[in-house]
Design a protein around this ligand. Sequence first.
Ligand SMILES: [Zn+2]
Length: 839
Amino acid sequence: MSMNAFRAAAPSILLVTVPLSLLATCACTAPGATAPPVQPNVVLLEGRRAAAALVPLRAEWDVEHYGLELTLLPAQRAMEGVARIRAINRASGNRNLVLDLAVLQVSGVSDAAGRELGWRHGGDKLTIDLGRDFFPGEVAEVVVAYGGVPQRGLWYAPDDPATHCFTQGECEDARRWFPCVDHPSERATSELIVHMPASWTSMAGGMLLERKLEGSRATEHWAHHMPHPAYLETLVAGELVSVFDRGPVPVTYVGTPAMARYLKPSLGSTGQALEFMADLTSRPYPYSKYATCAVDGFPFGGMENASATTITSASLCDVRGRMDGGAESLVVHEAAHQWFGNLLTCADWSEIWLNEGFATYCTLLWYEETRGQGEFLRHIREMQVAAIGADERTHRPIVHGSCIDPLDLFFTGHVYQGGASRLHHLRFVLGDDAFFAGLRAYVGGHENSGVTSLDLQRSLEAASGLDLTQHFEQWLHSPGLPKFSLSWSRRSEEGPTRVTIEQVHSLRPGTPTVFVTPAEIEWRTSTGIQRKRVLLDQRKQTLELDTHGELLWVRFDPLHWIPGERIEAHDLATQIMLAYEAPDAMGRMEALASLGEQWSGLPEGARRQALTAAARRLAADPVEAVRVEAARFLGQTQSAGARDLLSALAVKDDSVPLRRAVLQALVNFTPSTSLFELAQAAFVSAPSWDCAGAAVMLGIKADPVRGLRWVEELIKAPGVMQVDDPAGRLAVHVVAALETLGSKQALPIVRSWALAPLAPAGPRSAAIALLGDWGREAPGLVEDLVGLLGHSDPRLSRAAVVALRRIANQQARSALREFYPHSAAPVERRAIEALFPVR
Ligand SMILES: [Zn+2]
């Protein structure tokens, strides 16, 4: 599953992701909120639960097959269903079959012959009395009639009447649309017969067997012969169009007619991504077809349902959005899940990193394959930073099974970038040959089954001959990450160099005192560059490097293979030299970033040299990401020379990420008419939405008065803000630009945008979240926000929770408290819980 609608090219995450990502951090830090009054007593939230260990799978029954027949009732936003379930008894003397089923009502249960069976439904469990004891190996078949208005599980799109619907099972919401054993290690085949309005078509897992029309109703029949967990069962239905594309199997993109022209530009890498994954794993794509369905009101970025992924329409883009990266990483992430997640599924949610860490790392491997080493290193650098941040926020092992809701385990990035960083590290420890051989053996040896970290460990051990017990214990089963400090000294010009590496991370409970890992040390002398691999197994250790001639630098883990922080303390001359001529893009990016941070304290001579180094990198570095870092550095210098260099590129460079970085860097310079005019020129010639958005931000910063007037004109001009760019990427940037003006000037615009029912949900939710900072004093604003709680578009509801949580006055607090029992979204519930701490 992908949590974010879309991400801008790093480092900034576009505001459209704010509701979810902000809530995830809000729960801990409450940025911007006034401190709630101290309550002397425990404040109770109705229906609040405490964190607990995940419940293991009941092994009494093994479901073989789900036969589902659903009638969709969009006018009532309801459904009726009949589920025929065939299961094998695994216990002795077993008379009851217990299934998961939530929210919906059961109207009757019978056996295959139509005889009524006794049943009890409560606490999300449907217990069926089979009428006699079943012996081990005996097959039971039950038929459950049920229905109602689903809450999560099956979602109708926010429009009214709904033009389409979709399901979303992960983690435990399959039970909200059909009775099942809702556990990731229980796999079954399935059939799905769907009755729907005649104008509707459907997409589901497996293959379509037939479509029938009878009067005003259509019926479609799907069969999915590959066993899969209930959470990967899927149905998308509605007034939909399909676009066909090439791939190793038939590839289809599905969306509403309004989305049709964005499907191919957004999803066109799908076939190539499936082929890439088949090569990587030596396992052909597992299913008979692959579809990607874009839907409105999807609560996450995407969901890798088996053979039919669902994504949010907010990730779709036109050609300009594709220049910003578009949906490419989402496409590859969900394609990777067809192997890591679907063909092999985490045995329980504590092992979710085996799904998400792999999907995240495979996306990075895709960039390595398609964009080369420099771009790959940029992604690795960002991944390591995200992994460190996630570890600090969660302080739990990657494999972790205590939570209120398993979905909580997804929120911080810990199992995504944190998991991917552990895989990257394993690749370093084993070497490419053994790592990729082990990965292929892991896939080949565990098809169609639940997997644990131990399965991965055993596969990698067999491929490498290494004992990885301690490695997995430290890096996967313990919380925390190391922090390395490197220092070195040399007695004479010709002698050896003593290098000291110390692990200086604080010793929090459970964190290893010493992380054992190999590490690479690189040094450069006048005779050339050398690298040495050393084993780190002590808190502080010293080694000698055989150095001859002038020693120019010593670097620790230069390519960032190891998760964790590092302190290298290079002197200024070394940093400038690295910015000029580090042999890898990582070294040049790191040196430029570090010099930028120190800029205000640099002596004049060092400033001049650093500026020259950055200017050279900006003009001629072969790696785009290094040029972007050079533009950021130059922005921090605020020097006249830097301004000229950046201005020259703002309207003409071929690289879209560089154009965007240049415009963002120019925001740091003294406001002026010429900068404002440059922003307008850059807007007109902008090749992408993010570039256009960066130009708007620059315009507002360069001249707030004219900038505001410009934005007001843009909002009114048809074809600019009313572009049917489904994500509203430009509009998201405009909201961010308005934020810098402050509430006095921009509150009316932001407020009208937040409440405009036709505005795209991305910028609308950004505007709603912003009202949380600005709207404390605005009359009637809390009422407006309360009206959005539980909105049929989950992003708007989440944004309203964010805003009310920031306002946090008495009225906002009572509204959130009242809403809490009605919200089924873990991310909303955690955010509200943080406002009412248990004492
Ligand atoms: Zn995922």
